[in-house]
Unconditional design. Structure first.
Length: 287
């Protein structure tokens, strides 16, 4: 049974006005517990509107969203509970920090859950550990921290609630390569520790290729492609039609293939490309 499922999910902004706009139309979707899913699409494709339905921040114009086979719009109290099970980290989440200390910011979600003070403290320390935040920083103002630390602190505030589904909208946007790697590692460690489902919205084909079990591509308010990285990136012609590009490793492998090198067509990471080239070199050396 999928942990989250949508049926004919449709969202129309400004219904009945001259500004009416269909953002999502009849989207059928599901994701399994523990799956790492990447969502890709151009600005305006519907992906950000879509993820806000998954924990009830937006209400469908029509269609339904289910968490563990239960309609999340069933009642106000259930929808409130859903937000503890399905956590969303928005793009540039550091701008959402607002408490006097970093400790209070991370503790905000667990407090709203009504947890005992001792358990709140345990959650804060655990989440700070996942986010690689030194405990000596917890009494500092979040506004004194570097950009990368603020980003990790905002993510820690969501994972302190122990969501079973963690949704991240462009979590590495604007970070340097080291900062990006740290954030991705934090996400992977949380997933491994809690068996959580990860849904990551990203513009980076490389990030999707390296981390995701499955990729969903949105276009014009619906799902245009859905499959494993190798399945999606093998359809480079379709990606080009949507003005999207396969990862650099895939493009290099395709070029080498056009030059006569016999490389696996499902290459989509630098590690796979390096391994394929080394294997081919070894074969030729043996001949």
């Amino acid at each position: 049974m999928p942990i989250i499922k949508t049926e004919k999910l449709t969202h129309i902004y400004s219904v009945g006005t001259p500004f009416e706009r269909v953002a999502l139309r009849d989207v059928d979707f599901d994701v399994e517990k523990g799956e790492y899913l990447a969502i890709i699409g151009h600005t305006g494709s519907g992906k950000s509107t879509f993820i806000q339905h998954l924990n009830g921040l937006l209400t469908p114009t029509s269609g339904k969203v289910f968490y563990n086979d239960r309609d999340i719009q069933e009642s106000k109290e259930w929808k409130r509970q859903i937000r503890f099970h399905v956590g969303i980290v928005f793009q540039y989440p550091e701008y959402q920090l607002f408490e006097n200390t970093l400790y209070e910011d991370i503790a905000f979600g667990p407090k709203n859950m009504g947890l005992h003070e001792s358990l709140i403290h345990e959650r804060v320390i655990e989440a700070a550990g996942f986010a690689r935040i030194d405990e000596t920083l917890l009494n500092k103002s979040p506004f004194e921290l570097s950009g990368g630390l603020k980003r990790r602190a905002a993510i820690a505030g969501v994972i302190a609630m122990h969501p079973q589904v963690l949704i991240l909208d462009e979590p590495t946007a604007g970070l340097d390569p080291r900062g990006k790697a740290e954030i991705i590692n934090n996400i992977n460690e949380y997933r491994q520790a809690h068996g959580a489902t990860i849904i990551m919205v990203t513009h980076s084909m490389e990030e999707a290729a390296k981390n995701a079990d499955r990729i969903v591509i949105f276009e014009q308010g619906n799902i245009a492609m859905d499959g494993t990285p190798s399945e999606v990136f093998a359809k480079s012609d379709l990606l080009n039609e949507m003005n999207l590009s396969a990862p650099q490793a895939t493009l290099i492998a395709q070029k080498l293939g056009e030059m006569g090198l016999e490389l696996d067509g499902s290459i989509y990471t630098i590690t796979q490309l390096r391994t394929a080239i080394n294997t081919l070199r070894n074969k030729r050396n043996e001949q």
